[in-house]
Ligand binder design. Sequence first.
Ligand code: ZN
Ligand code: ZN
Length: 133
Amino acid sequence: MFRGSCHCRSVQYTVESIDDMWHCYCQTCRKTHSAQRNTAAKVDRKNFAVTAGADSLTAYESMPGKLRHFCSKCGAHIYAEFPHLPFVVLRAGSLDDDPGIRVSRSVWLSHNHAWLDEDPSVPHYEEGVPPAP
Ligand SMILES: [Zn+2]
Ligand SMILES: [Zn+2]
């Protein structure tokens, strides 16, 4: 079992197992996460449980029938779903535990913006950017 939560920890959940995980660069993920990509994880509904803060979740219908669930206090995106389908698509960045599974592919690279790409030639730091001298 793996645990996950939003940033303010109002919303907490558990996952029994993840079936698949991928990076999504689509425009909707970019906008709803305000990030270059979302790491999505397919989880069977029977393996997903919101254990705290269900009343803090709010939903945004990003396309007809697709609900994206966010914490209404801190804004963290937790999962998306088509309510008639037997699985949810977890936002894997909200996991607190390593689920073991690794990303199997990247999709919607046609929506990627090069200005968001990581440049391996620039300095990288384990923690925050050092203050300017
Ligand atoms: Zn929150
Ligand atoms: Zn996407």
